[in-house]
Ligand binder design. Structure first.
Ligand code: ADP
Length: 637
């Protein structure tokens, strides 16, 4: 039963608009009867309700007649003022399925309830709206103490609920940023996030520009089948084909609202699974002024209007996708570059290997006959002058051989093709022998060589050739950078491991350079040495060779005071591959390796230096990391 407005205005209630309306309504037309005759309890509840600035509504009697305050009138939109004095079951018919049982329970049990975010379908703005209320229902009693009504205090929390939900979606999307591996995976992740929130995004199509930027390619879709008329897999941007979503315009940077889509496609969505009527096409911005990355087409929930909050959520979402896609593109680009570099590196290693082999054969063929001539084995008679010339050729051939051998070792290690043979070695004796080959050169330079390699309790398993290169490299470096004082070679036994220390009183290394010293091709700029020559391979090779023995190398150095390189080598065999351990081994002839080291070091002495200068420089093919081929001056002597 609907009340009419009374002609005689009784001034029972005071306050705002609702007090006036209640005073003026002809309540005799309702089951509540004339206002004058209202029970004391009804009047006092209405007074309380009108005094509240919080939205409140009272239903009274078996007809659930509604009386509410000003704040509540704002909540129900177009339903006000007709709701006053009417049956709530009619006013909120669309939400009664939810509200009815709650109110009836309160009235039958007398126990109040509280729902923090109750989803209600409301038709207060011309459409079925998804809205949320924080509601508390309490029983209302008449003068006799019988429950005859329900008093509800409620407030709308729609914006908080939607805001939280959308924020969660954005957060889920941004949390994918760390895992960015490829553009494809990123689009998939973004679409998965979209699929998790059909209430906000009933459907979506994600397009990205092709590499030539002239077309959009569909990366995936949610809530809509890919490859249909409304979801083409590709769109040519420069031809005027069918473009339901104004993709071309959106790709140019415009945000487009598309309405009436339910006329040609049925997609159900929103809080109450209704046909989606509109969608938005958003550009996915790229960095700076360049063309957009693509377009996101997203459905608008039929249960929500596209208000500012909803629109800015979509803008943020498209922005987030843009960041993810750009990150993924950068990552892919980086990976492509790394792969190209790795390929170049592989090619370089193969090239090093091939070239070193090619150099070694003719060098060996030069050295053999040369040594025969010099030792007069083949009965050749050479004059003193010719002998000197040939010795020069011999020395330089040895030197060349050393360079080639280093390159070969290096490329083998790079290609994982170096094969160590570990055998028990009396490391004290062997190391002493190796150090001693430098003695005369070191002493001729006015330095002291101290070799302190006491006998060790056990043999140590090493690859002899490799150990030789480790010791010779460290010693020749020590000599290169030491002008006064001494060089010492010390071996120490620590049961589990053995330590070799090559110490010098040389120029030292700046602290800032130390972390990079063992990197391949690394050289300390401007360091003062007996020669400016070097390849930066030596220490990196030493480190690789030691690692092949399960050991490590470290450096301690002080500028202008000296350096100490300490090699630590495990003593057992547990860390070595069993198939590469031998008890006896035919010793390779490494005399030429040692000779080459000694020869090179000898040439750094001032009195020998003239030999290289006088003959002038020719060019030698040196292989460098940044420029695979480089012509460097090489002294022919
Ligand atoms: P190279 O000697 O061919 O340049 P290395 O890898 O053997 O290459 O050495 C790298 C750099 O480390 C050298 O260029 C040098 O600056 C520095 N270095 C190595 N050993 C010493 C040392 N004993 N004293 C001072 N500097 C050293």
């Amino acid at each position: 039963m609907k009340a009419r407005i009374s002609d005689s205005i009784a001034d029972h209630f005071r306050g705002g608009e609702m007090a006036t309306r209640i005073n003026r309504l002809d309540w005799s037309q309702t089951s509540l009867g004339k206002l004058d005759a209202w029970s004391q309890s009804l009047k006092s509840v209405v007074k309380t309700l009108l005094a509240s600035s919080y939205p409140m509504i009272l239903t009274w009697g078996t007809d659930f007649i509604q009386i509410y305050n000003d704040a509540y009138s704002q909540l129900i939109g177009e339903k006000h003022p007709a709701a006053l004095g009417s049956d709530i079951r009619i006013t909120l018919a669309e939400a009664w399925d939810t509200l009815g049982p709650m109110i009836e329970t309160v009235m039958s049990t007398g126990v109040a309830n509280l729902t923090p975010a109750l989803l209600l379908l409301l038709e207060r703005s011309g459409y079925r709206e998804e809205s949320y209320f924080s509601v508390s229902h309490a029983p209302a009693e008449d003068d006799s103490g019988q429950i005859v009504g329900m008093l509800a205090v409620c407030s709308e929390v729609t914006q908080q609920v939607l805001g939280d939900r959308r924020l969660r979606l954005l957060r889920d999307l941004s949390s994918k940023a760390g895992a960015t591996q490829s553009v494809e995976a990123t689009c998939y992740d973004a679409l998965c996030v979209i699929a998790s929130s059909p209430m906000d995004v009933p459907f979506a199509l994600l397009y990205l520009r092709d590499s030539d930027t002239k077309r959009l390619i569909l990366q995936g879709s949610v809530g809509i089948q890919a490859g249909e008329v409304v979801s083409p897999r590709r769109i040519e941007l420069e031809t005027n084909g069918t473009d339901v979503w104004s993709l071309a315009k959106a790709a140019n940077g415009e945000t487009i609202l598309i309405e009436g889509i339910d006329e040609y496609i049925t997609i159900l969505g929103g809080a109450f699974s209704e046909p989606v009527k509109s969608a938005i096409a958003l550009p996915i911005a790229s960095f700076g002024q360049t063309a957009t990355l693509g377009v996101l087409v997203a459905g608008i929930s039929p249960s929500r209007e596209l208000d500012e909050g909803y629109r800015s959520f979509y803008e943020l979402f498209a922005g987030q996708i843009s960041v993810l896609v750009r990150n993924a593109q950068a990552y892919e680009e980086e990976r492509r570059r790394a792969e190209a570099l790795a390929e170049l590196d592989r090619a370089k290693t193969v090239f090093f290997n091939n070239v070193s082999h090619e150099f070694r054969t003719p060098l060996t063929l030069i050295l053999g006959p040369l040594e025969d001539v010099l030792s007069s084995k083949n009965g050749s008679k050479v004059t003193t002058e010719e002998r000197e010339q040939l010795q020069l050729v011999h020395r330089n051939s040895l030197r060349l051989l050393k360079l080639v051998n280093t390159l070969l070792d290096f490329s083998r290690i790079e290609a994982n093709r170096i094969e160590a043979v570990y055998e028990p070695v009396d490391l004290a004796v062997f190391t002493t022998e190796l150090a001693s080959v430098f003695r005369s050169t070191i002493e001729r330079a006015g330095l002291r060589l101290i070799v302190d390699c006491p006998p060790l309790p056990e043999a140590v398993y090493v690859d002899r050739e490799m150990w030789e290169k480790i010791v010779l490299n460290l010693l020749s470096n020590a000599f290169k950078f030491t002008f006064i004082g001494q060089i010492s070679v010390t071996l120490r036994w620590y049961t589990e491991y053995v330590e070799l220390e090559v110490q010098d009183t040389g120029t030292g290394i700046p602290a800032a350079e130390l972390p990079y010293l063992f990197e391949r091709f690394y050289r300390v700029q401007g360091s003062r040495g007996r020669t400016y020559k070097g390849s930066g391979i030596g220490l990196s090779l030493v480190q690789d060779l030691i690692r092949l023995h399960g050991g490590s190398v470290r450096v301690i150095s002080k500028l202008n005071q000296g350096s100490s390189f300490i090699v630590s080598l495990p003593t057992s065999t547990a860390h070595l591959p069993t198939e590469r351990i031998v008890s006896e081994h035919d010793l390779p002839n490494t005399a030429s390796v040692t000779a080459a080291f000694v020869e090179e070091v000898r040439r750094w002495l001032p009195e020998e230096a003239g030999e290289q200068g006088s003959r002038g420089a020719k060019h030698f093919l040196l292989l460098c990391p940044s420029a695979p081929l480089l012509l460097c001056p090489y002294f022919t002597g």
